[in-house]
Design a protein around this ligand. Structure first.
Ligand code: NDP
Length: 330
């Protein structure tokens, strides 16, 4: 019999790749979607186009993290073996603009989900997408599963609460619940307001003459950036292991914003120095420093491996945007 998975955040970057992975492995996949003014769920469009899959093995349900009745109903209807909880306000910078809703969705939304699972006679396994931002200003470099939590922004605080609650419910109620401590991961499906995608898209737009320049904050800012397609494999592996646990998913390498800029502009044959300006308006308050992860536990216990290098990823994202922005017929 096919296994059944439920994904919150199925329309997001990770949710869409995870859906493809689970369908490939024979799962029936249910996804939670929010009501929006448009039905254009672009990251899932190829799956929609496959009517056999869409009718028989992929099901979308309206629900919201801050509407527990809807979520409870979907869980009862889907009766999942595994829940991948990826939904939330995922932008760190924006969490300073909308801190209350960020915490409501990410912190309380996760707690509500844990409460629902606690009440079920047959409890599904749960994967929760936590974040390296829980470490904020870490004392250890690189960080691992034992590093203390010291978040420095509302997003990190909300994720830290959710991370800890997942551990509490695992220990107290015996729920098979795993936290993935996810470092930044990117892909051609990354949201356009994240810095990597913003840069790749701008390089493509400047190449095509659609835009003239790109304004950025601190170019020396460094991140541990991986590929989203590798990270969703980690989520899957965490729930197949015999015991539940927390895992760092990271590359263990730092690259700067300037590295992203250089690779993206080189990919389209342009000299970035002619087009990129630094703008203090994009500097982020309380920028976390030295966030670099040690993924040894995931590698050793889960057999998790990264398959794509940073340069390859940024070049692919840029070429994808070049294709998307190119006028049809050109
Ligand atoms: P995205 O922003 O691409 O996707 C977020 C998803 O959450 C979307 O499907 C969104 O729906 C959904 N969502 C947001 N609010 C609600 C709500 N109130 N009710 C129901 N659904 C909601 O994020 P990613 O795919 O990149 O990330 C997945 C998870 O991993 C997130 O929790 C993120 O914080 C975490 N993470 C990601 C990292 C990364 O680098 N990508 C790093 C660390 C952690 P809609 O399409 O309607 O907006």
């Amino acid at each position: 019999m096919s296994k059944i998975a439920l994904i919150t955040g199925i329309t997001g970057q990770d949710g869409s790749y995870l859906t493809e992975l689970l369908l490939e492995r024979g799962y029936v996949v249910h996804g939670v979607v929010r009501r929006t003014s448009s039905l254009d769920r672009s990251r899932l469009k190829d799956l929609y186009a496959d009517s056999e899959t869409y009718k028989n093995r992929l099901f979308l349900h309206y629900a919201d993290l801050d509407d527990p009745t809807t979520l409870r109903r979907v869980i009862f209807k889907a009766a999942p073996d595994e829940i991948y909880h990826l939904a939330g306000q995922s932008h760190v910078g924006l969490s300073f603009e909308i801190p209350e809703s960020t915490c409501e969705m990410t912190a309380m939304g996760t707690l509500r989900l844990l409460e629902m699972i606690r009440d079920l006679p047959k409890k599904p396994r749960l994967f929760h997408a936590a974040s390296s931002e829980i470490f904020g200003k870490p004392t250890d470099v690189p960080q691992d599963e034992k590093t203390s939590l010291r978040p420095v922004n509302p997003y990190g605080c909300a994720k830290a609460f959710a991370f800890q609650m997942v551990a509490v419910y695992r220990d107290t109620f015996g729920i098979f619940a795993c936290n993935g401590i996810m470092y930044n991961h990117e892909s051609p499906r990354r949201g356009e307001n994240f810095v990597t995608r913003k840069i790749c898209r701008a390089a493509a737009a400047i190449k095509l003459g659609i835009e003239k320049e790109l304004s950025l904050g601190d170019l020396s800012s460094k991140r541990d950036w991986g590929d989203a397609r590798d990270y969703v494999v980690g989520m899957f592996l965490a729930l197949q292991h015999e015991t539940p646990g927390d895992y760092v998913f990271a590359t263990g390498e730092l690259n700067s914003v300037e590295d992203v800029v250089r690779i993206a502009f080189e990919t389209v044959g342009l000299d970035w120095k002619q087009f990129v300006k630094q703008d203090p308006r994009f500097m982020r308050p309380a920028e976390p420093q030295r966030l670099i992860g040690n993924p040894s536990k995931a590698e050793l216990q889960l057999g998790w491996k990264r398959t794509r290098a940073f340069t390859q990823l940024i070049a692919e994202m840029t070429l994808s945007d070049l294709e998307n922005l190119r006028p049809t017929g050109a």
